[in-house]
Design a protein around this ligand. Structure first.
Ligand SMILES: [Zn+2]
Length: 368
């Protein structure tokens, strides 16, 4: 029997041009894209790029690896030029406290004026779902692998594990960036000069010896990407994060100082009937500790404004639109558009979610 591996015709492939080696600006102010030694390169007029945040022009020194792609919306070739943009860092005097958790990765609290505290709680249930799915899938594959005998095709299972892990790794990276972007927006909007977080370093270590939680809880604790999120937030705001002792911060009532043992997500004080979200209570207590050195009760008439945010679905509106267009085209010509569509979508690199880099799409007009 004649057997062949899966094969698909790719109509369009993005071409990459590295900085210094792949592309360079010629002395006559033209952009040269090298196609290798002995071949003439592609010479184009130098595209003008403006920073999407500040609106200033970006000089070619800040450009990175250029990709020549097929723009499926406009049906023409385009250059994708990533560049390092100027970050907007937080400047001001305010103090923002962060309470970190597994269910809600970050809860941020800041005093707006004498009578108001702004709290932003960012939900992280989607990351838990992704991690749970990955753990179940890899567990299944692992148990299959343990039953294999000599000469079996174990490599297929190894490959499947790698595939699952690689996919979720990217999803979780995106999630961490989304969470920290929203946290950084809170920090910058409230003119924060000092960032304080509860000290939970090392909580994920030696969980078995310390008999902390059950085995599922321990797994969640080990897979908590708290350190990465702190690093991303520090990069996005330009501030260093101070650590404070956070013991009892979720138990102490911020209104009267009594200790309660909350169950679930809601906090209710048995002494003064103060009610609030549990993570907001933690953040407010850390905030008071950062300012006063202890859990000083806030006044009874202080208004706590709580905002809930969640990370967004995987696709950006641009990606979703593009997908819809492909689906429409598929419906018209089901056989021919299929290969084309999959090849086209692979041309578009995912937009960087980080604050430090941006991507500009320049339509390719003249090819000299
Ligand atoms: Zn109370």
């Amino acid at each position: 029997m004649k057997v062949r591996s899966l094969w698909r015709k790719k109509n369009y492939r993005p071409l990459s041009f590295l900085k210094h080696f792949g592309w360079r600006v010629r002395s006559d102010n033209k952009l040269n894209l090298s196609l290798g030694r002995g071949r003439p390169g592609i010479v184009l007029g130098l595209p003008a790029i403006t920073d999407s945040v500040s609106g200033e022009p970006v000089s070619p020194e800040l450009w990175g690896e250029i990709q020549l792609c097929w723009d499926q919306d406009n049906r023409q070739f385009s250059l994708h030029i990533p560049y390092i943009s100027r970050c907007i860092f937080s400047t001001g005097e305010a103090v923002t406290a962060i309470d970190e958790g597994i269910i809600n990765p970050m809860a941020l609290a800041t005093w707006v004026d004498e009578q108001t505290i702004d709290v932003t709680i960012i939900n992280g249930r989607e990351a838990r779902a992704i991690k749970r799915q990955r753990n179940k899938a890899t567990g299944r594959l692992q148990s299959k692998m343990s039953k294999t005998k000599n000469g079996s095709r174990k490599h297929r299972l190894v490959a499947a594990t790698k595939r699952t892990k690689g996919k979720t790794r990217l999803q979780l990276r995106d999630f961490d960036h989304q969470v920290t972007r929203k946290a950084a927006n809170h920090v910058i909007a409230h003119k924060t000069g000092r960032l304080v977080a509860g000290d939970v370093r090392g909580i994920e270590q030696k969980t078995k010896q310390k008999r902390r939680m059950g085995r599922h809880g321990r797994q969640q604790l080990s897979q908590w990407s708290r350190g990465v999120q702190e690093r991303y937030l520090a990069e996005k705001t330009g501030l260093d994060i101070d650590c404070l002792n956070e013991s009892g911060s979720t138990k102490t009532c911020p209104a009267c100082g009594a200790r309660n043992w909350p169950s679930g997500r809601d906090y209710r004080c048995k002494v003064c009937n103060f009610t609030c979200h549990r993570d907001a209570v933690g953040a407010i207590n850390i905030l008071q500790e950062a300012i006063h050195g202890d859990y000083v009760p806030i006044g009874a008439d202080v208004v706590i404004r709580v905002t809930y945010l969640r990370d967004e679905k995987r696709w950006s509106p641009v990606q979703r639109n593009a997908h819809r267009m492909v689906q429409c085209r598929k419906a018209i010509t089901p056989s021919s558009a299929k290969n084309q569509a999959s090849a086209e979508t692979s041309c578009k690199p995912k937009l960087a979610n980080s604050s430090t880099s941006s991507l500009e799409r320049v339509p390719l007009v003249a090819v000299a």
